[in-house]
Design a binder for this molecule. Sequence first.
Ligand code: DAH
Length: 351
Amino acid sequence: MSTADRIAALRSEGEAAVSSATGTAELEEVRVRFLGRKAELPNLLRDVGKLPPDERGPVGKGANEARKAIEAAVEARRAELEAAELEARLAADVVDVTLPGSPAVPAGHHHVITAVRREIEDVFLGLGFRVAEGPEADLVYYNFDALNFLSNHPTRLEADTFYLADDIVLRTHTSPMQVRAMELQPPPIYIIVPGRTYRRDNDATHTPQFHQVEGLAVDEDVTLGDLQGTLLSFARAIFGDERDVRLRPHFFPFTEPSVEVDVSCFNCTHGFLRDGGRCPLCKGTGWIEILGAGMVDPNVFGYVREHGYDPDRIQGFAFGMGIERIAFLKHRVPDLRMFYENDLRMLEQFG
Ligand code: DAH
């Protein structure tokens, strides 16, 4: 076969192979087979110089044309195949927006402490209180001094309280908002203050960070009876309509008189279970302590007298409760630390 015929054969073979390639990958194989470094046609071209002078022109020209023809065929076919492949990919990717979505992701729910906080807020909003918040890092002045704590009161010690500076603590209770709130508005004032509080405690019934809700009601003619009625409504809303409350004398520096408030046990009858055994929740007493409270001490009003709180004209009651304690009583969690371990088996029980 003459070289010219061989070139013509390679050209038509190459063009046929290109046009029958069914995908871009196969096309690339064809291109390498006919035009690659080791392919016959490029080698012919490379060796043109070794031919007798009169053959060089026609062979070189023919081989060059054949190479260009195959190259052009490859490019044309590549464009066709790429378009077809894109088309196929788009068709496969089409989203049918009329199909139902994949199963809904569960929406989740509030953490039990948040849920109980909101429940408490709802009760007091219903009784006419507003919700206020205060700083978690607060001045010793608000946390202790203005609440009538003596300068040598033991909870001031670093053993109990986290100090950020000599005059700044992580608040040990929400009570510092009593004086802060009274500085911000004259009486009457009816607020509750939910928020985080901090103490150097860590055991089954204490976590170093916990939550309280403070209550403060100051007006003309506020009595201990109003405190008792308010807390009775609260106890019934949270622990059930059958509940009763009782006040026991106690001491807090910022209230006078001070009381501890118990709710009648919702787990037993007067301390006894149905089988006659002693109730473990109230330890057989029939009462469960839920919070501290009292009538605002006139000394506390002394710190906000110039804001309209004249102890001769107004009185107020205050109370403070631990949200964890309420949640723990409501849901019977054996260890307070479980609220914060974020074990879903625990948290999902409180949808
Ligand atoms: N702040 C107190 C505590 O953390 C609780 C408390 C008691 C708050 C009596 C009050 C109150 O407002 O009147 O133990």
